[in-house]
Ligand binder design. Structure first.
Ligand SMILES: [Zn+2]
Length: 304
């Protein structure tokens, strides 16, 4: 069998997903399975079974890339920062390599989003890409010349627990975060953060999605909430632009479906960007929910 396909594995909180990509990015196979939650050895076995089934179905063997909601500590070689807590402290990459009989590349799921979009998505061929997930939480990854930037502490791009920049007096100190700090970007720019801001302003307890629908229907309060969100997202991204100066910023996660962000945020961000003109592009992830698993597959880049 030819070693011609790229296999991606995504460790979600409640599911495992595998995908096979041809070298042109065409999707050959995809399967989701419930994870044996909390069962580390069971998950390793489940990945090995899913990959074996995939390779039988496609008729080829492949390289293996894995996306996880966490990172490998460069100091210990063990998983850290994972909300799937049973992965913490485990040598997941080595255990998977042994079970699969080949080397495995493993990256944080936000880094996988960045790799996916920089390879054949909304930021294809861009030199420097910052990709942020705006969903239940907020994470981000950086890709430079097609390669994910891991960083000395394996936290490159993790802006979610930076404080919201240029805080206005009425925004201080910001919501308490589980990390122990106040005013973290994640507490403000996540879906639950948007919903809380609306609740505090109006007393109405509705979801981010419902707020977006109301704003589109002309609801004044919902519109004001989204305007505050856009102002805060602009400030958060400007920190990134002033430090990294990426060619393209890609947004993924549920809130990336707010199409108004791509016009409204660049319309105001130049007031904080330290440049006489701003050519940075803000784009929606092309591959949507598939970007995590596609990016995992592209941790082994397509042949040039
Ligand atoms: Zn925090």
């Amino acid at each position: 069998m030819a070693n011609s396909i790229r296999i991606g594995v995504d460790f979600g909180g409640t599911k495992l997903e595998v995908i096979a990509l041809a070298s042109d990015g065409h999707e050959l196979y995809r399967k989701r399975a419930a994870t044996p939650a909390g069962d580390y050895d069971g998950q390793i076995a489940a990945v090995a079974a899913l990959v074996a089934e995939l390779e039988r179905a496609v008729g080829a063997t492949g390289t293996i890339g894995v996306g996880i909601p966490g990172a490998i500590s460069p100091a210990s070689g063990l998983i850290k920062n994972a909300n799937s807590t049973w992965l913490i402290g485990r040598p997941l990459d080595r255990d998977l390599a042994r079970a699969l009989g080949r080397p495995v590349r493993l990256q944080n799921d936000a880094n996988c989003l960045a790799v996916s979009e920089a390879t054949d998505g909304a930021a294809a061929k861009a030199e420097v890409v910052f990709a942020a997930i705006l969903g239940t939480g907020v994470g981000a990854g950086i890709v430079i010349h097609g390669q994910p930037l891991t960083g000395r502490n394996a936290i490159a791009g993790e802006w979610g627990h930076n404080q919201l920049p240029w805080m206005r007096d009425e925004e201080r100190p910001g919501p308490a975060c589980y990390c122990g700090l106040h005013g973290c970007i994640e507490t403000i720019l996540s879906g639950p953060g948007l919903a809380r801001d609306h609740r505090e302003a109006t007393g109405r307890d509705i979801t981010a999605k419902e707020i977006a629908v109301l704003a589109a229907q002309g609801d004044v309060d919902a519109e004001a909430t989204l305007r505050r969100y856009e102002d805060r997202l602009a400030r958060g991204l400007v920190h990134v632009v002033n430090i990294l100066d990426p060619d393209v910023i890609v947004l993924g996660g549920g809130l990336s479906n707010l199409d108004r962000l791509y016009a409204n945020v660049p319309a105001i961000w130049d007031r904080w960007i330290f440049s006489d003109r701003v050519d940075t592009q803000l784009r929606k992830a092309k591959h949507g929910d598939s970007s995590g698993v596609r990016g995992a597959a592209w941790l082994w880049p397509p042949e040039a």
